[in-house]
Write a protein that binds this ligand. Structure first.
Ligand code: ATP
Ligand code: ATP
Ligand code: CA
Length: 218
């Protein structure tokens, strides 16, 4: 079943969400207070309208509560972002995702019931910094403040060794959940799987443990 989305705020962030959803064939209603921005998206999304989303009647008239997921991508105007979220909540929208500008903004959004709060600048900054620190970390996904899934590049030191020989789970407390080797992906590898230099190990665990494991293979 096709999901229907609303994106409010067509800056770089909201605009990028609109483009991706549209490319994936999703129904998107794009809204911005700025006519030029709306015009820019009129050929990209299913429907683009000029509206001030801090006005409750406007949102009601657009039938906003019939959509599956609303994304509030109003960045700099914190007041407009909060007010819009509050109205969406009161109208009974099923799922609301909001872009937060800072920690205070996030706290307020959480209190008024935003289902998901994102910090694209902060999170992308963290991701890039983490990638810069460790040469063998290719990518990572934060599961909580202390746990992640990380892609580690297998070093020369690991070449020809099995997971048992390296004793990853007992020594480091983390699990190799998959191995990417060229075009192949080995999900839930056996303990006797022989690692080759250049394999990408997908590891899950506590950040501290993954960090120790990552350093040990350098
Ligand atoms: P980004 O940070 O994603 O690059 P930006 O910095 O270009 O975005 P922001 O000020 O963060 O722009 O706002 C994003 C969009 O939200 C703008 O296009 C702005 O016109 C729109 N917007 C702001 N207030 C409202 C409102 N009350 N109703 C609808 N749209 C709004
Ligand atoms: P972000 O988009 O990451 O949230 P921002 O929108 O707050 O950042 P930008 O205008 O993108 O701010 O600039 C980022 C930082 O770079 C600011 O702190 C600004 O003072 C600084 N900056 C801008 N130009 C220069 C410059 N020529 N030399 C040194 N610092 C600069
Ligand atoms: Ca911005």
């Amino acid at each position: 079943m096709k999901k229907e989305f609303v994106v409010i705020g067509l800056g770089r962030f909201g605009g990028s969400i609109c483009r991706t959803l549209a490319q994936e064939g999703m129904e998107v209603l794009a809204i911005d207070i700025d006519e030029d921005r709306v015009h820019e998206f009129s050929n990209i999304v299913s429907q683009a309208v000029v509206a001030d989303t801090t006005d409750e009647t406007t949102l009601k008239d657009l039938g906003i509560r019939n959509f599956d997921h609303v994304i509030v991508a109003i960045g700099d105007n914190i007041q407009a972002s909060i007010l819009t979220t509050l109205i969406l909540k009161e109208l009974g929208v099923k799922k609301i995702t909001v872009k937060a500008l800072n920690d205070y903004h996030e706290k307020v959004l959480a209190k008024i019931g935003a289902d998901e709060i994102v910090h694209p600048e902060r999170d992308m900054g963290r991701r890039i910094a983490n990638n810069m620190i460790s040469t063998n970390v290719l990518d990572y996904l934060e599961l909580s403040d202390e746990h992640s899934i990380v892609e580690l590049m297998a070093s020369k030191k690991m070449d020809g060794k099995t997971l048992i020989e390296m004793d990853v789970r007992a020594k480091f407390g983390c699990n190799v959940v998959a191995i990417k080797r060229q075009n192949q992906i080995i999900v839930s590898p056996m303990a006797k799987e022989i690692i080759q230099e250049g394999d990408i190990l997908i590891v899950i665990g506590a950040d501290r443990d993954i960090d120790r494991f990552g350093k040990s293979i350098l």
